[in-house]
Design a protein around this ligand. Structure first.
Ligand code: AG3
Length: 287
């Protein structure tokens, strides 16, 4: 039986399934002012962070999510100089963003400082760029941040959040997207984690429709494997202010990227945006 204390399981009650990792030790557990955070040492996935019972990051597979939440958006934007990361307290997205020399400032805005403090202790690799002079770490409500920020002040907003329940719920609605539209420069892009294409296709479609209603002119969804998360198949959705903002990418620059990745490359970029038959027609409707 896959039971504590030897296994951590995230159960997906709405989808009759679960994902389990064999754990060797629980390293930490606390209730922060916002959420319950647990850290485990696993047998094969390295260290694991869990928030409110949901898997967030493991040493073994976080590169898939973090690379795909950042590089496709960064290489789609013509010249991303200023980047905000809303959420992302484990600093994994920040680390990938800072690999781009053209980025002059990356601001990470996570409501929960404890996630970052625990990541510094248990996921030092994800936090290895936190001292980069271009990085700014703020512990604030991202919704309030975009509400108060100046119009047309940012090139790229990456929403690296938990599922759209609890503290992250307000990051998936029209009011939030409207503020993002206002804060983005004319060629600005929003990139948001958008759950599982197998389990949450309706959510992805609804999100894209809401983005369009909020004033974004184009939306596109990209797909990647992520075995830690429900169904093992995950997605990110991009939205641009310009109608042509998502029609291509800086392919030559991506082919010649001046940094190492473990998953992302120019061919993966192109492939990731191709929707499988079962989803393609539905996603096309929202474009
Ligand atoms: N953010 C996406 C978490 C969603 C996972 N959902 C779940 N396990 N039910 C992860 C944060 C990584 N920086």
């Amino acid at each position: 039986m896959l039971q504590a204390p030897h296994w951590f399981s995230e159960v997906y009650p709405h989808h009759g399934s679960a994902f389990s990792l064999k754990v060797s030790e629980k390293l930490h557990e606390e209730q922060s002012p916002f959420q319950r955070i647990e850290i485990y040492e696993t047998e094969w996935f390295g260290t694991l962070m869990v928030i409110d019972g949901c898997t967030m990051v493991s040493d073994r597979d976080n590169y898939l999510y973090h690379e795909m939440m950042t590089h496709p958006a960064l290489y789609t934007h013509p010249d991303p100089q200023t980047v905000w990361i809303i959420g992302g307290g484990d600093c994994g997205s920040l680390k990938e963003v800072l690999k781009h020399p053209e980025v002059g400032q990356a601001v990470q805005i996570d409501i929960d400082e404890r996630v970052t403090r625990l990541a510094e202790r248990y996921f030092p690799d994800l936090c290895s760029s936190n001292e980069d002079p271009r990085a700014r770490l703020l512990f604030l409500d991202g919704i309030q941040w975009v509400r108060e920020a100046a119009a047309e002040s940012v090139d790229l907003i990456i929403v690296d959040s938990t599922d759209p329940v609890g503290p992250a719920e307000g990051l998936f609605n029209q009011a939030f997207y409207r503020e993002c539209v206002r804060c983005l420069k004319p060629d600005g892009i929003l990139a948001q984690q958008s759950e599982s294409p197998l389990f949450h296709a309706d959510l992805i479609l609804a999100m894209r429709a809401t983005m369009q209603q909020a004033g974004f002119a184009a939306t596109r969804t990209l797909f990647f494997p992520q075995c830690l998360y429900p169904s093992g198949w995950w997605s990110g959705t991009l939205a641009s202010k310009s109608p042509t903002g998502l029609s291509g990418f800086r392919e030559a620059a991506a082919r010649d990227k001046p940094f190492e990745t473990l998953y992302y490359n120019a061919d993966i970029h192109t492939a990731a945006f191709v929707a499988p038959e079962a989803l393609g027609k539905r996603f096309h409707l929202a474009q």
